[in-house]
Ligand binder design. Structure first.
Ligand code: NAP
Length: 286
């Protein structure tokens, strides 16, 4: 029997996830389909209850539902708890005719390991000083990743709204050292960092002529610059990093890695990373 998986968001029409996940199911020979569901905020709970009742295997969750999904989930992984958000729900791993009580419904956050796996491949050593630009959901995933995988790093959290950044930082102070950096002083902090992460939408289409960095001389060789933005793939920040001789990590890799983590969480098998990457690239017209 074909099992249903999907993505719940509002809006979701332009997501690369259906192409990426359906390509993975085909490659693995798994009888499943992954659909995008446009769910307005008021319908989230009904949609999740309905998918659970229908025996769906699992879902990904995107803006604006990550907090709502966290509240709906009866149990949470460490990643979800740290990030305070759920982007992946496991619903029914059981088969047709088995006891539905065996369903182990769980909220997870695969942006956390997806972010770290994507960054780690470019790191020559464990990070010492990390500057995160932006203090929203993506920044929280990176902070949770550092708390879990690189807790000795010193972190600078640079944001234009320091009050909001202080709230974000407060939930991680127990696990990692997070210093607030004003937006005016971000380039000074970036100059002293070995890892720089753009977790703002600056540089994202249609504002692709913008960058979170004005004076690119703060970027330098020996530094890893990661942009979470993936449309365009080569953002203005990554062009600046190339000119300055820094190592670069684009946002598509994180997108693919969070999908890989989700698939492995649902199915317990190794995901076909390159097949998923090609499908995501094609669906984004890259
Ligand atoms: P979010 O929750 O809205 O947070 C965005 C952050 O950027 C906030 O701190 C916001 O500040 C700040 N910001 C926005 N515009 C700014 C500007 N012009 N100058 C300075 N700061 C600015 O969004 P998010 O979910 O964290 O996503 C951030 C980016 O990461 C998006 O482009 C998203 O597509 C990308 N992302 C990529 C992946 C991936 O898999 N590659 C995963 C998650 C997110 P305020 O609070 O003051 O507005």
């Amino acid at each position: 029997m074909k099992r249903v998986y999907g993505l719940l968001g509002w809006p979701v029409a332009h997501s690369a996830s259906p192409a990426m996940m359906n390509a993975a199911f085909a490659e693995l020979g798994i009888d499943a389909v992954y659909l995008a569901f446009a769910v307005p905020p008021a319908n989230l709970q009904a949609a999740l209850d309905g998918l659970l009742a229908l025996g769906a295997g699992g879902v990904n969750i995107t803006i604006p539902h990550k907090l709502g999904a966290y509240q709906w989930a009866p149990r949470h992984s460490d990643e979800a708890r740290l990030a305070g958000a759920v982007n992946t729900l496991r619903l029914h791993p059981y088969s047709d005719g088995e006891d539905p009580e065996a369903a182990d419904v769980m909220g997870h956050n695969t942006d956390v390991a997806g972010w770290w796996t994507s960054l780690r491949t470019a790191l020559p050593r464990m990070p010492k000083r990390v500057v995160i630009l932006g203090a929203g959901g993506a920044a929280r995933a990176a902070l949770a990743g550092l708390a879990l995988y690189a807790p000795t790093a010193e972190v600078g959290l640079a944001a234009r709204n320091l009050e909001k950044a202080a709230e974000t930082a407060a939930s991680f102070q127990e696990y990692i050292s997070v210093n607030l950096v004003s937006w005016r002083e971000r380039e000074q902090a970036v100059a002293a960092a070995d890892v720089v992460v753009n977790a703002t939408p600056m540089g994202m289409w249609p504002q692709d002529d913008t960058s979170p960095i004005d004076d690119e001389t703060c970027l330098h060789p020996g530094q890893v610059v990661q942009d979470m933005v993936y449309r365009p793939l080569e953002t203005r920040l990554l062009q600046q990093a190339a000119r300055r001789g820094a190592e670069r990590v684009d946002g598509l890799d994180m997108l693919v890695r969070q999908g890989v983590e989700a698939l492995e969480f649902w199915l317990g098998v190794s995901a076909p990373v390159e097949v998923m990457r090609q499908a995501a690239r094609a669906s984004l017209g890259l």
